[in-house]
Design a protein around this ligand. Structure first.
Ligand SMILES: [Zn+2]
Length: 254
């Protein structure tokens, strides 16, 4: 059994064939999928999917690239959603300095608020970091996030950053990039201690090889698992067992 710990089945890219996509994942042994919100509407949709499928769970929050569209009441909406029995985390949140640096202050404020919600509701926080490694680690540190579960999703940092994250107790999620020949992630994937390792797709984005450039979907997490198993000298089964156990430690009730 595999867990796709980060997927956006709530994205419009799946409007035409969402149920087929979910069935393909289940058929491929991806028995658990964690659907991550971008904003209030997509967070509600994640919960809706989680209510319909036993193997689907929801994470609710406002993505750093969506903060400029969010109103003050939206954080209160997210907070209300956290009590739903199939909500297993807060996010995705974090800092993105690739798309829009002008909203940095707002991103910072929302990120801290999500961390605080995770601490208050005893839920993990799912962190998006795009070209903002130092900012993300520093905010997590000042908010004392080492006391809670933190997932650095779609990790793209170097070994030094990974070591800092591991010391703080954070989990590291690897997606399709792990299968790219030119990813530079090989040493990080090889060195991350087994008990910090998670796998994900971030579907519909970042499809693993050999599907690179196409729409990603949860079934493809098998490709990422195979690539990571190979780098670490493990069988697919061993890798599946390790990462599934970790996912169940991060996301309770999975
Ligand atoms: Zn994502």
């Amino acid at each position: 059994m595999l867990v796709d710990t980060h997927t956006h089945l709530n994205a419009p890219e799946f409007d035409e064939d969402r149920d087929d996509v979910i069935q393909r994942a289940l058929d491929a042994g991806v028995e658990r999928m964690v659907v991550i919100g971008f904003d209030v509407d997509t967070s509600r949709m994640a919960i809706d999917l989680a209510s319909r499928y036993e193997g689907i769970f929801a994470v609710v929050g406002i993505h750093p690239c969506y903060v400029q569209h969010a109103q003050e009441g939206h954080l209160a909406d997210i907070e209300r959603l956290l009590s739903h029995p199939k909500v297993v985390g807060v996010g995705e949140t974090g800092i993105d300095l690739h798309w829009d640096k002008s909203t940095y202050r707002l991103q910072d404020r929302f990120f801290r608020k999500h961390i605080e919600l995770g601490q208050r509701f005893n839920l993990p926080v799912i962190v998006h970091d795009r070209e903002a490694h130092d900012e993300v680690l520093s905010i997590l540190d000042t908010e004392q996030a080492s006391d809670m579960s933190v997932v650095l999703h779609c990790f793209t940092g170097d070994l030094a950053m990974a070591e800092q994250a591991i010391t703080a107790g954070y989990f590291i999620g690897f997606g399709g990039i792990a299968t790219f020949k030119n990813s530079n992630l090989g040493d990080v994937i090889a060195e991350v201690p087994a008990d910090h390792l998670l796998i994900e797709t971030d579907a519909p984005y970042l499809a693993p090889a050999p599907f690179r450039g196409r729409r990603n979907e949860p079934a493809y997490v098998v490709k990422t698992a195979e690539a990571i198993a190979q780098i670490r000298g493990l069988s697919l089964n061993e890798l599946a067992q390790i990462t599934t156990q970790n996912a169940q430690r991060v996301f309770k009730h999975l």
